[in-house]
Design a protein. Structure first.
Length: 70
């Protein structure tokens, strides 16, 4: 999945695949997580959020299934 670099204190890059509704987050520590069943509108809100890490923690991390992939 292609990820775009973002400005964040703990996230390096974010990618999204609309067909599978999969969000992929690469953290600055090198770990990569995929979050599943993420609606495209939620991804749009994440990308527009002033604090992507805070948005991830509040709206995505505990509400959607995820898996560490790297």
């Amino acid at each position: 999945m292609i990820r775009d670099p973002v400005t964040s204190s703990n996230i390096a890059s974010i990618g999204y695949d609309s067909n599978s509704e999969t969000l992929e987050i690469e953290f600055l520590n090198g770990s990569i997580y995929q979050y599943f069943n993420i609606p495209s509108g939620l991804n749009d809100q994440l990308m527009a959020a002033p604090s992507k890490g805070q948005f991830l923690n509040v709206y995505i991390k505990n509400g959607y299934p995820y898996s560490r992939v790297g």
